[in-house]
Design a protein around this ligand. Structure first.
Ligand code: UDP
Length: 243
């Protein structure tokens, strides 16, 4: 089936969502643009769009094969992914295996402190408020999601963590934390959405402890383009060997 790209529905910091001639489908276009610290820092990462499209497509395909459904339909070009059209729930679901980033500042934890079991946190997706931390109570009170949707999001996030941790381990990376988003189809089906890429995960080299993710861009650690390429190559080898 040939799908025709129409006008943009949403132009974001790292992706554009286009309408298509099919009412249930959209095209997610991956840019090279990178932002950090609530868009105060801006730049580009060479080929990031192509690599993130590849990484996210492979991960969504892998998850689907193991029973985790997402909006992913197909990778249709270097930078384009065909997805189911969703209304995004304004909540970011973060799973943490070790302390890093905002939780260290918020709770005074030492970077790298392991959590005995994965910790789930929620953030309100709102740029002007700087994506504040919220509780399950806020999500239900403000009706961003029902309690069964919230359970589904939390359980899916923990399942994704269980499934991806070993994949990254096989390619020498520890999955420190990651962010997921969810959305509803116009029929009300709740699905994993957005992307799973180096932009939204922390990955530490299991031998050296070096950051192999967007923290290289955030904190000017150097070798940003090379790291994105390196992780994409390693993941590609891993997923190809699984076929
Ligand atoms: N994250 C993201 N988008 C956001 C905020 C966080 O993808 O708007 C990811 C981030 O890359 C990390 C995890 O979610 O893997 C946890 O981020 P944290 O709360 O530590 O915030 P940070 O200090 O990275 O902004």
């Amino acid at each position: 089936m040939k799908i025709e790209r129409k006008s943009p529905l949403y132009d974001g910091k790292s992706k554009i969502i286009f309408e298509t001639d099919h009412e249930d489908l959209a095209i997610q276009y991956f840019k090279d643009d990178a932002t950090a610290f609530n868009a105060q820092k801006k730049g580009t990462i060479l080929n990031k769009g192509v690599l993130n499209n590849q990484i996210s497509s492979q991960i969504f395909r892998y998850l689907e094969k193991h029973g985790v459904h997402s909006h992913f339909v197909n990778r249709i070009s270097d930078r384009e992914m065909l997805v189911k059209k969703l209304k995004i729930i304004p909540v970011e679901v973060v799973v943490r295996n070790k302390a890093a980033g905002s939780i260290c500042k918020r709770l005074g934890l030492e970077k790298g402190t392991p959590f005995k079991k994965p910790l789930v946190e929620y953030f309100f997706k709102n740029d002007s408020l700087g994506d504040p931390l919220i509780s399950e109570g806020h999500i239900e009170y403000f009706q961003w999601a029902t309690s069964s949707e919230l359970n589904f999001m939390k359980n899916t996030a923990l399942t994704v963590n269980k499934m991806l941790g070993p994949c990254f381990e096989k390619i020498g990376l520890f999955l420190v934390d990651f962010k997921l988003e969810f959305g509803r189809t116009h029929r009300g089906e709740l699905l994993l959405a957005d992307e799973i890429t180096l932009d939204g995960c922390r990955l530490w080299d299991t031998v050296t402890g070096e950051s192999m993710d967007k923290d290289r861009f955030r904190f000017d650690l150097g070798k940003v383009d090379e790291t994105y390429r390196e992780v994409a190559v390693r993941l590609n080898h891993y997923f190809e060997s699984q076929l």
